[in-house]
Ligand binder design. Structure first.
Ligand SMILES: C[S@@+](CC[C@H](N)C(=O)[O-])C[C@H]1O[C@@H](n2cnc3c(N)ncnc32)[C@H](O)[C@@H]1O
Length: 281
């Protein structure tokens, strides 16, 4: 049985930063592709956070990370069309035109739910869970659950329940997050081979990233890797970039995800690189 870890991480410190742009623009592109038919989609967000964030709140202002993320994107009228969905969501949350509220994955997913879809958002912290419940209250098909996200994903995406999408976005405060992602992918894919799973990862050093890709290769030999490096990965103490690694990604997403990563990589200090590619592609 999973024992509840000490939880220090709060996403409000990082909301709207460069890594959120990759994750959230990628999430919207994925959802659009996965919802292309009439079939229902069973969505699990294993690490949901608060649902949405006030960029003028104390936690966000303390780091100021959104300045090099969503504020740059919203100010760039020439940004590629792959960001249109994210920009529209931010505009919808800020009807007076001033960017103050930033949507987390729950707000973005909930706004796209169709009548036939189901969405389970997991969060362990009491404070963020309360905010998440408020965020999701308007959507009948959405449930905020105080439960371990990895266990919930496995339980909720069994074969009988049809097409599934799992977003895994841990804080990486614990060394076992990489191992638990791999175990969750293996178990979900065993129960539901058609499931699409997306994991967000920080890029610090090459060894950790390569080891993760080696571990998931037997489970998802054609996984799509959307990789955004702000700078070369030679200082493992820094978050030098991020990646979205996707099993069961619909065809045709390499180009759009590559564009997302390339634009975000340009927010760095000049040696950035962004691309999307398939394992064994
Ligand atoms: C990176 S944040 C999530 C951000 C969110 N996915 C978004 O894009 O808006 C990670 C969250 O996971 C929560 N968390 C940590 N371990 C968890 C677990 N095992 N199950 C569910 N939630 C967890 C943390 O409290 C934190 O709020």
């Amino acid at each position: 049985m999973f024992r509840r870890p000490p939880l220090n991480y709060r996403h409000a410190f990082h909301a709207g930063n460069f890594a959120d742009l990759v994750k959230h623009a990628g999430l919207l592109l994925l959802l659009e592709a996965l919802q292309a038919g009439e079939h229902s989609l069973n969505i699990v967000d294993t690490h949901a956070g608060a649902g949405g964030y006030d960029l003028e709140g104390e936690l966000s202002r303390r780091t100021g990370e959104a300045a090099q993320g969503i504020f740059r994107l919203m100010a760039d009228d020439g940004a590629p069309g792959v960001f249109d969905g994210l920009k529209a969501a931010v505009r919808a949350g800020n009807p007076d035109g001033v960017v103050r509220f930033y949507p987390g994955s729950p707000s973005l997913i909930a706004a796209r739910l169709r009548r036939q879809d189901l969405y389970t958002a997991c969060e362990l912290r009491d404070d963020d869970l309360a905010l998440l419940e408020q965020t999701l209250a308007p959507w009948r098909q959405a449930e905020a659950r105080q439960a371990d996200g990895y266990e919930t994903a496995v339980a909720a995406t069994g074969r009988a329940k049809g097409p599934a999408f799992v977003l895994i976005d841990p804080p990486f405060e614990r060394a076992d997050d990489y191992r638990r992602i791999v175990e969750t992918w293996r178990e979900v894919k065993r129960r539901n081979p058609w499931a699409c799973l997306a994991a967000w990862l920080p890029l610090k050093d090459m060894e950790t990233f390569d080891a993760f890709l080696r571990d998931i290769e037997p489970i998802a030999p054609d996984a799509l890797v959307a990789e955004c490096r702000l700078r070369p990965l030679n200082d493992p103490m820094k978050m030098n970039g991020c990646a979205l690694v996707i099993a069961g990604a619909p065809a045709g997403l390499e180009g759009p995800l590559g564009e997302v990563c390339a634009w975000v990589a340009g927010l760095g200090e000049g040696q950035g690189r962004g691309e999307a590619w398939r394992l064994n592609g």
